[in-house]
Design a protein around this ligand. Structure first.
Ligand SMILES: Nc1ncnc2c1ncn2[C@@H]1O[C@H](COP(=O)(O)OP(=O)(O)OP(=O)(O)O)[C@@H](O)[C@H]1O
Length: 481
């Protein structure tokens, strides 16, 4: 049975209030709406909602400010935050303020409905410390606004206030170490050390000595007692990179340390208590390694308490340009000449397969910042720098491809005699291509209808009407800002 409740929706976009309000009412909830912080404050006591859904950018201020205060007065309330900013920063702030859920715009109505129903089932389950913990929000390291990255940000925000073990998964160069550093530097252990060790980069026979330390004389060359990475990370975070490459014997020892919370150096006998948060990472498929008896299942369960999967760059092409510009900006901050991307270069970057993921993109941008003589990086320049076999040969002529597709479509329609039916071929074609154009444009500006209308060269009302005419029912599609 679905639990229903009373909900206050706060958003300055009347369309969102309308759409969200309607959708929730249809599910049996009682809904009131407000368009500003002032109105929210006026209604919060009279409506006394079970769930508050609030936007962040409101006309009279930041919608997150004041949330902690509201929760203090109404501890049973659950807050769902909506935001078009889609950054790690917003996800973290929302969690810190005690929000139950954070939904980046454009969001899916089903997702919102599920969040509301979870919130009603749970009461306020916000894990935040209800106050601005003074975290270093500026210069957050992770760039990217794709839905997949937003999921990553949400998980990061949820693990900052606890010590759960994290397993970061993803291809090489997707940012696994960066995620580990972000969790450390934003979390409660940030004043203590962050120590990283790469299992694939250390000779197998030295891994245990590196991890657990060794006593003087434990082996040839051990001239002084040396603390291992566990001891070095005392109080902080230990990042175990390429964990899939760890030899079996070392895995057994690692498991024992994790279970007992104590390390004994190689050649030593006195255990030392250690308090470290473990973040492991791998680009290998650990369940397969377990089947092949190359990875311990019990260790896997211990490490994989919270998995974070980083998508390959080719699976989030919408982040490519954002990242490319970020790396060009960074190069400029480092004193290199400021470079920008031409439109065709941007298209080529989006079309490329990026086997080396973000690292490959970063290296390419740094190289171009140094080598390119022009201030605007052109596609030709990229063609010389990227392995050509990886670039789709037909990328350069999207307009030609579209023309060819239209030609084939028109011939097919005419061939089956549609012209004699009482229908308009012109409207039929528009009905195929225009919704795609509208949706893609909206998605590229995070659902902001004003900006989308600007890019399309039509006014906002026309855009709204078209969305309506094409049956792009805002109730069915992702909600725009
Ligand atoms: N989302 C991102 N925003 C900004 N920079 C990023 C992002 N992801 C990765 N990078 C940069 O790309 C490079 C590679 O990232 P990182 O070393 O974290 O990847 P990795 O997955 O740990 O790679 P490997 O598996 O090879 O160790 C780094 O210089 C990192 O700063």
């Amino acid at each position: 049975m679905t639990v229903t409740g009373s909900i206050l929706v706060v958003d300055d976009d009347p369309a969102i209030c309308l759409v969200v309000g309607e959708a929730l009412r249809r599910l049996g909830h009682k809904v009131k709406t407000a368009s500003s912080i002032r109105e929210r404050s006026l209604l919060i006591d009279s409506v006394d909602p079970d769930v508050l859904i609030t936007d962040v950018m409101l006309p009279d201020g930041d919608g997150l400010d004041g949330v902690a205060g509201i929760l203090e007065r109404k501890p049973g309330l659950s807050v769902i935050v909506l935001s078009a900013q889609n950054t790690l920063n917003t996800a973290i702030r929302a969690t810190e303020k005690g929000a139950f859920e954070y939904l980046p715009k454009p969001f899916d109505l089903n997702e919102l409905a599920r969040a509301v129903s979870d919130a009603l089932g749970a009461g306020n389950a916000g894990e935040g410390d209800q106050e601005d913990g003074g975290l270093p929000h500026d210069g957050l390291p992770l760039v990217g606004r794709s839905p997949a990255m937003q999921e990553v940000y949400r998980t990061i925000a949820r693990v900052l206030s606890n010590d759960l073990s994290i397993l970061v998964l993803g291809e090489s160069g997707t940012g696994k170490e960066l995620v580990a550093e972000a969790i450390h530097s934003l979390g409660q252990r940030r004043t203590k050390p962050f120590v990283a060790i790469n299992m694939a980069a250390i000779p197998r026979e030295l891994i245990e000595a590196e991890l657990f330390g060794y006593e003087k004389g434990a082996f040839t060359g051990a001239t002084v007692r040396t603390a291992g990475k566990f001891e070095q990370a005392q109080g902080g975070t230990l990042f175990l990179d390429e964990i899939g490459d760890m030899p079996m014997e070392a895995q057994t020892r690692l498991l024992r340390v994790l279970q007992s919370g104590e390390v004994t150096t190689v050649g030593g006998s006195k255990p030392v208590r250690v308090n470290v948060r473990i973040i492991a990472a791998t680009n290998k498929d650990l369940p397969t390694l377990i089947e092949e008896n190359r990875f311990r299942q019990d260790l896997y369960y211990r490490l994989n308490v919270v998995p974070i999967s980083l998508p390959a760059l080719r699976e989030r092409r919408e982040d490519v340009i954002l990242l490319a510009r970020h790396f060009l900006d960074r190069a400029a901050q480092d004193g290199l000449p400021r470079k920008t991307l031409s439109d065709d270069a941007a298209q080529l970057l989006m079309a490329y397969h990026w086997p080396g993921n973000v690292r490959e993109l970063q290296n390419l941008m740094q190289r171009l910042a140094v080598l390119s003589r022009e201030n605007v990086i052109a596609a030709d320049m990229l063609r010389n720098s990227l392995p050509l076999d990886m670039v789709p040969p037909d990328y350069a002529a999207p307009a030609d491809q579209l023309g060819q597709a239209v030609r084939e479509w028109a011939r097919r329609q005419l061939g089956i005699g549609l012209g004699q039916l009482n229908r308009s071929l012109h409207d039929d074609l528009l009905a195929v291509v225009e919704p795609i154009l509208l949706q893609e444009t909206l998605a590229s500006v995070d659902g902001n209808q004003i900006r989308a209308a600007g890019l399309l060269g039509i006014n906002r009302n026309t855009l709204r009407k078209k969305l309506n005419d094409y049956g792009l029912d805002p109730l069915q599609m992702r909600v725009a800002e």
